[in-house]
Ligand binder design. Structure first.
Ligand code: HEC
Length: 179
């Protein structure tokens, strides 16, 4: 009986070999197939031609996706309407009547001014007169803006001045005519 027991539990070298092969072979084949697959994918990605290492080409290759363009808007002057100029600059004195400025909309105060004529008022506004500073104190205002602002103010005081047209502005982008 003890002999039988020994026989039954004894594994032959052949059994060991087949067990080892049976356990190792399938994963080994799987690993080999995966490695082959990865190599194939890598080969399909790398181009046949060697990578161009010219600095310019490399720069182009690694340059950021977005380009930053800085536009200097301070160099672009867009003429405001008479009303816009008035609200930005002239209103400071011409609404409260500061320093004796003719008050906006006050016909009695504007009548004698208007009598001088549009061109005279424009030139006084551009160059200044007594307490009225040249261009209302804002040298950035263009002649057109001054003319528009003068017409806007004088017309509110009873005049009927027509401001000069914007110089050769395309109809589509022309600023709305100043009042
Ligand atoms: C710092 C205050 C001040 C500002 C800002 C100002 N004005 Fe005057 N303005 C005056 C005063 C004061 C007078 C009256 C001057 C006088 O006749 O003694 C005047 C008068 C005028 C007159 C009448 C001139 C005349 O010959 O009778 C015009 C036109 C005028 N201003 C236009 C403008 C315009 C256009 C602006 C804005 C771009 C402006 N002013 C901004 C103070 C100002």
């Amino acid at each position: 009986m003890s002999d039988d027991h020994i026989k039954m539990s004894k594994t032959t070298p052949m059994q060991v070999v087949s067990a080892v092969l049976g356990g190792l072979l399938p994963p080994l084949i799987a690993i080999i197939l995966i490695v082959v697959l990865v190599i194939k994918i890598q080969m399909s990605h790398s181009s046949a031609a060697p990578l161009n290492m010219d600095p310019k080409v490399v720069d182009a290759r690694i340059k950021p996706v977005g380009d930053l363009v800085v536009a200097d808007l301070s160099k672009v002057h867009v003429d405001m309407t008479g009303e816009q100029v008035f609200n930005a600059v002239c209103t400071a004195c011409h609404t409260p009547g500061a320093l004796g400025a003719p008050i906006f909309g006050n016909k009695a105060l504007w009548a004698p001014r208007i009598k001088q004529g549009y061109q005279t008022l424009i030139s006084h506004a551009e160059n200044g007169i007594r307490s009225m500073p040249a261009r209302g104190g804002n040298p950035d205002l263009s002649d057109l803006e001054i003319a528009r602002a003068v017409a806007y103010m004088a017309n509110a005081g009873g005049a009927n001045f027509t401001p000069p047209a914007a110089p050769s502005a395309p109809a589509a982008t022309a600023t709305p005519a100043a009042k």
